[in-house]
Design a protein around this ligand. Structure first.
Ligand SMILES: Cc1ncc(COP(=O)(O)O)c(C=O)c1O
Length: 384
């Protein structure tokens, strides 16, 4: 993060970090440098340090500086998707024979990347309940290089104590990776709690408007940041200029959006808890949630994601999803509009039959920033 922004509060950094006025025109928003290559003034004479847009592009640089400032990291890197960011991280941190501890609840695509892609390169993994630091300690072997955590987790909204796992990681001499997609840096700051790397699907709250796919890595450490930047260029799955620009635009309202997501989700969770057709509500903001205390300690508020279980099993859960009208039936999350989905058949179909299989009667909500009364009415009619 540039020193210029270290003293600023989050909302100010979200708007200003990386967003310097265009030196040529004074445009207050960084332009979309939709360009692949740059004129050199004589061989090797680069005007602004840019030579080819896979290596670096000014609009992407603006986003990467902004990301580093928001997570309080040394280096931010933007990718074509969250999974592209994860792939770059895994192939930078791990070589054949290495081992990684992964959570028993995580985005299905992350699990698929470990189980079906990275495993073929000879990287081993084992699953642990990351909400229990002792279970993670037990899963570490002499070949372990990293612990991977998602908190809150997708789709069961499990909470992991980041500071406690940072201690476990430090003692074992392994790296702690935190997927901060569900919380966003406004609600949770994993690097300040001792994590080494933060992962994001920028597709979600950071972009915030369901109109872009992107991913990011932010490191606490300059050396790892350099290594990742080398691999980012060598592997090539970078964020394009337009995608970088639209994420940067979304981030400017991240703080106000997250406040409203959290407020609306709290009201929705409380309503669901009272509903006779709902057997369990998974939301870390509820005092009954097993991770509530840890979440209250490490998060500013509890975010916009809720999962709940429905009386009547899988068919009943699918019916609720089909009957919702204002909640759009669709995958993904984190946009201003509310979404509903059935993880077992949709986002988490790839973990069926694995240790990460999700309950069949589970419904997941991404609670948007519409008027909460309209959201409550829609859910009541969907539940019947
Ligand atoms: C928690 C989490 N991490 C990572 C990803 C992957 O991101 P992307 O879809 O941008 O590749 C997702 C996508 O849903 C996610 O929910």
């Amino acid at each position: 993060m540039s020193d210029q922004h270290t003293h600023q509060n989050f909302e100010t950094r979200a708007i200003h970090a990386g967003n310097t006025a265009d030196p040529l025109t004074g445009a207050v928003v960084p332009p979309i440098y939709q360009v692949s290559t740059y004129k050199q003034d004589g061989v090797g004479g680069l005007r602004g340090g840019y030579e080819y847009s896979r290596s670096a592009n000014p609009t992407r640089t603006a986003l990467e500086e902004n990301l580093a400032a928001l997570e309080g990291g040394r280096r931010g890197l933007a990718f074509a998707s969250g999974l592209a960011a994860e792939d770059c991280l895994l192939r930078t941190l791990l070589v054949p024979g290495d081992h990684v501890v992964i959570p028993n609840d995580a985005y299905g695509g992350t699990f698929r990347l470990f189980a079906k892609v990275v495993a073929r390169w000879g990287v081993e993994w084992s699953v642990a309940d990351t909400s229990d630091p002792a279970a993670v300690r037990d899963a570490i072997t002499d070949r372990t290089k990293a612990i991977w955590v998602e908190t809150p987790s997708n789709p069961l909204l499990g909470i992991t104590d980041i500071a406690a796992l940072a201690d476990v990681a430090r003692t074992a001499g392994v790296r702690l990776v935190v997927d901060n997609t569900f919380a966003s840096p406004y609600l949770q700051q994993p690097l300040a709690l001792g994590a080494d790397v933060v992962v994001h699907s920028l597709t979600k709250y950071m972009g915030g408007h369901s109109d872009v796919v992107g991913g990011a890595l932010v490191t606490a450490d300059e050396t790892l940041g350099e290594e990742l930047a080398y691999h980012q260029n060598a592997m090539g799955a970078v964020a394009g200029p337009f995608d970088s620009w639209i994420v940067l635009r979304g981030i400017k309202t991240l703080a106000v959006r997250m406040d409203r997501h959290s407020e609306n989700a709290t009201r929705v969770a409380e309503m669901l808890q009272q509903h006779p057709k709902v057997t369990q509500v998974l939301y870390p903001g509820l005092p009954e949630h097993p991770g509530h205390e840890v979440a209250a300690k490490q998060m500013r508020s509890f975010g916009g994601m809720i999962s709940f279980r429905v009386e009547g099993g899988e068919e009943a859960a699918v019916e609720v999803c089909n009957r919702a009208k204002l909640f759009t039936l669709g995958e993904s999350l984190g946009g201003v509009e509310s979404l509903i989905e059935h993880p077992g058949r949709m986002t988490h179909a790839s973990v069926a039959g694995s240790l990460l299989e999700v309950p069949a009667d589970l419904v997941r909500l991404s609670v948007g920033i519409e008027n909460v009364d309209d959201l409550l009415e829609d859910l009541r009619q969907a539940l019947g």
